[in-house]
Design a protein. Structure first.
Length: 242
């Protein structure tokens, strides 16, 4: 009568074999890894250590008068340290590392260009914003100067018993009071106030005040005569009074 192992025994045997095979594979990998590490360590030690008398090339140099630490060459202007050794440990072909380095540099340069362009765009947008803000501030100031000139013109014209201004917009608020029918009756050759900018209106009106009333809106006073105005007033524009 033969005795055959049961199923539990067979499973245990198979499991033990699998564990043994895995252990052997792990030992083999560890041994290969250790060999690589040992090779790297030996290489590093060899590169760090200076050549000794056991090296034939170094011995020949000593016989020719060379001393450790001196530069090479007859005139002593050669290199002191040996040419560095670049050890290739990967499986890639020759020139692959140089190609990767070139691509990395190109990528870096592309990023720098993008950052530079972004900074330029931000600086341009900021400058345009500052210009728009300054233009708005200047426009508000001009509107205030024009209103002051219109008020002064209406007051001075009234004092001179001038009932109708030279132009409707010379007096503050009068242009809005004019009826639409009266506007239609104006000569078509006459320029419209809408065609003039605020600066042009201000220049025309301040010129009228100086000529007709000897009054400078910037000084805030009226002169006795043209000679007095010319002598005591810096000029006809706001810039002259800064």
């Amino acid at each position: 009568m033969s005795i055959r192992p049961g199923l539990p025994m067979l499973r245990q045997i198979r499991e033990a074999r699998r564990k043994e095979e895995k252990q052997q594979e792990a030992n083999l990998k560890n041994r290969q890894k250790s060999l690589k590490e040992e090779e790297q360590e030996r290489r590093d030690i060899g590169l760090k250590n200076a050549l000794g008398c056991e090296n034939k090339g170094f011995t020949l140099l000593q016989k020719m008068g060379y001393k450790s630490g001196q530069p090479l060459g007859k005139s002593g202007d050669g290199i002191v340290e040996p040419i560095p050794l670049n050890v290739k440990t990967g499986k890639s072909g020759l020139g692959h590392e140089a190609l990767l380095k070139q691509k990395a540099e190109e990528t870096l340069e592309s990023c720098r260009r993008k950052i530079h362009m972004k900074n330029q765009a931000e600086e341009t947008a900021a400058e345009q914003f500052r210009l728009r803000l300054k233009y708005k501030q200047d426009e508000v100031k001009l509107e205030g100067d024009l209103k002051r000139s219109q008020q002064a013109c209406r007051q001075l014209d009234t004092q001179k018993n001038i009932q109708v201004p030279r132009e409707a917009w010379y007096w503050l608020g009068l242009e809005e009071e004019t009826d639409e029918e009266e506007k239609k009756e104006q000569d078509e050759d006459d320029y419209k106030s809408e065609d003039l900018s605020i600066l042009e209106k201000l220049q025309i009106l301040t010129g009228y005040l100086r000529e007709e009333h000897l009054y400078c809106i910037w000084c805030g006073t009226a002169s006795e005569d043209k000679e007095d105005l010319s002598s005591n007033c810096p000029g006809p524009t706001a810039a002259d009074h800064d």
